[in-house]
Design a protein around this ligand. Sequence first.
Ligand code: TRP
Ligand code: SF4
Length: 330
Amino acid sequence: MKERVLAGIRPTGKLHWGNYFGALQNWVQLQNQYECFFFIADWHSLTSEYDNPATIKKWTMEVLKDILAAGVDPKKCTLFIQSQVPQHAELHLLLSMYAPIGWLERVPTYKEMKQELADKDLSNYGFLGYPVLQSADILLYRASKVPVGEDQVSHLELTRELIRRFHHLTGREVFVEPQPLLTKTPRVPGMDRRKMSKSFNNAIWLDDPPEEINAKALQTLTDPARTHRSIPGNPDVCTVYDYHQLVSDEKTLKWSDDGCRTAGIGCVECKQAMAKNAVAYFKEFRERKAKLKNDAQLFKTIAEGANRAQRTAAETLGKVKEALGLNYAN
Ligand code: TRP
Ligand code: SF4
């Protein structure tokens, strides 16, 4: 039997290179090795977008298309939308009783997000419970592995503490302790070298058309010390070179590295070469995404995923109810 993996993504906008190279590309590999449950965490978006919920569906559909266009195959994995599997909400409620408020307040992302989104009122119950909902997501599928970025490790740790407390207080072992699946993923900076993020306006989107990729390549920060064509540069501190490493072959990398260090090439030609490779790299993605419409087929695909997810989720929830003696039917 294959080991089970669960991974989720919060829909906050369409996906950019950071999402792709940091997570999505990994999903495409994982679906061949593991029994995978992949989902779009739309309720998690609601914890911060509660005052503008109309955007959530729009972004969920956009992210769904990005996931499919990137090569996640609903025949190889179970792909679904969180809110279409109500068991997530039910387990979240039950787990919330076992989640001390102090634990939740100490989760580093809680304080960070509140600071980062200072103009947004995040003093709500749902936002504090974000990692409890995330725990429910994971535990429903009894997944042993969860691919997470470093920022999510603390959430997984909370999940494990929550399990121990639940098992201790109920005297029943119903959950599987998930381990983080830490895969080597490249750091993908934004065009301005800060973290790539929608809110920093420094992202390259997966579906950016060729002209846009070219324009963004020209805008991307290079070695700041290379102020003239005649001054040699250092690719190690150049964002364009970071991008080359994602989309270019060995030969081009060598050309860029040598040419930069010897001032044999200029930044403009280096950027153009990178853009050309990036355009080619995402060509298939763009073609596949353009074919995906918000149509009956797309909704059917995602409903099938929800059905499959519900079967596993309901089984786990049944065990939880039994552990709590809340199984009135039998
Ligand atoms: N919190 C995750 C993020 O922001 C998204 C997420 C929600 C998730 N539920 C999950 C990730 C369960 C892994 C497992 O990226
Ligand atoms: Fe960056 Fe290329 Fe310019 Fe070197 S030549 S600084 S690698 S863009």
